[in-house]
Design a protein around this ligand. Structure first.
Ligand code: ATP
Ligand code: MG
Length: 337
């Protein structure tokens, strides 16, 4: 694998199954990136501790990790081309995190509105130390493989800015070890939920999962929210902002069919059922190759584990190399054991 290709670090917290929103929001982009860049995809299990600290929640993580890797493989993320690894399997993460904690101030982190929002969302009355340090841990994730690019959504841009500051500070203070990671902002629109809410989200119970079977997809689409003002098929309907058409635009490969449906919908010449039936077919066509890949991996769960293990070994190698450079640059004392 060429060292000259720029490195990318991105990933997910293993908190459950991935859905169509994740597909348009990040997975689709990664499929493109994996051909051009050296990609590291992190399964960020340590990050789940910030918001899911109960023992029952922690014991669920293992199963979510497996599901997440299956989701990655099912969409076509290719373990031959990229490195899929488990964050906690790279202990250097903790080590670099501690070093980075010295290079950023508490007030700087406290100014991040996103962390306050997260604390509020979890009903925490005071900010846990670990949550405040979330962007620092994320910096360790990014800089251990010395990533050049970090694909994130707009909401995460401020966190990568922290990573850039830490990298600059380290390099200035100790010598050039890290690239200054750049944000790779995708123009990712947030996919609406089946209920018409602004965001498809597993916690809102309005998601179509990548792992859903055809029957489940059918049931979910049939219950979908459309144009509330349209009481019958002969009333002209609104296409813009209508979830059913947003999904058609995103997932129906037959654009002529979509244009025809929109045209007839605007004129009051098509019923919701036909629009939905065609959406069911389109979604199932879209999901068919994913299901096929998933099924083949499901028959060989050891192979899924081995892919993650192999990726983690590779991430460990890179992390060890980085930590050597870090300790060397810092002039840290080494105990010979
Ligand atoms: P959920 O919201 O389903 O509980 P999650 O909490 O694991 O999933 P988030 O933290 O909300 O996921 O989002 C993680 C990333 O996934 C986001 O930065 C975004 O890129 C993508 N994503 C999640 N939901 C959507 C969506 N509905 N539309 C587009 N992108 C999404
Ligand atoms: Mg969420």
């Amino acid at each position: 694998m060429s060292e000259k290709r720029k490195r990318i670090l991105t990933g997910d917290r293993p908190t459950g199954k991935m859905h169509l929103g994740h597909y348009v929001g990040s997975l689709e982009n990664r499929l493109r990136l994996q051909d051009t860049y050296e990609c590291f995809f992190i399964v960020a299990d340590l990050h789940t501790l910030t918001t899911r600290p109960e023992r029952e929640q922690i014991t669920e993580v293992g199963q979510f990790v497996h599901q997440l890797v299956l989701d990655y493989l099912s969409v076509g993320i290719d373990p031959e081309k990229c490195t899929i690894f488990l964050q906690s399997g790279v202990p250097e993460t903790y080590e670099l995190n501690l070093i980075f904690e010295m290079l950023i101030t508490v007030p700087r982190l406290e100014r991040l509105p996103s962390l306050k929002d997260m604390a509020k969302a979890e009903n925490l009355d005071a900010m846990p130390f670990g949550l405040l340090g979330y962007p620092v841990l994320q910096t360790a994730d990014i800089l251990l493989p010395r990533a050049n690019l970090v694909p994130v959504g707009k909401d995460n841009e401020a966190h990568v800015e922290i990573s850039r500051e830490i990298a600059r500070r380290f390099n200035r203070q100790y010598g050039e070890v890290f690239p200054i990671p750049e944000v790779l902002l995708g123009e990712v629109p947030t996919l609406v939920g089946t209920d018409g809410q602004a965001k498809m989200s597993k916690s809102l119970d309005n998601a179509i999962f990548l792992a859903d079977d055809p029957k489940t997809v059918e049931q979910k689409v049939m219950k979908m929210y459309t144009d509330p003002k349209r009481v019958s098929a002969d009333v002209p309907g609104t296409v813009e902002g209508n979830p059913v058409f947003i999904y058609h635009d995103a997932f129906n490969a037959n654009t002529a069919e979509v244009e025809d449906l929109k045209d007839r919908y605007r004129k009051g010449k098509v019923g919701d059922v036909e629009v939905k039936q065609k959406l069911i077919n389109a979604l199932n066509d879209f999901l068919a190759p994913l299901r096929k890949r998933r099924a083949s991996y499901e028959q060989r769960p050891e192979q899924v584990d081995e892919i993650l293990a192999e990726g983690t070994r590779r991430a460990q190698e890179v992390a060890k190399e980085t930590m050597e450079r870090v300790r060397e640059a810092m002039g840290m004392f080494r105990l010979k054991l």
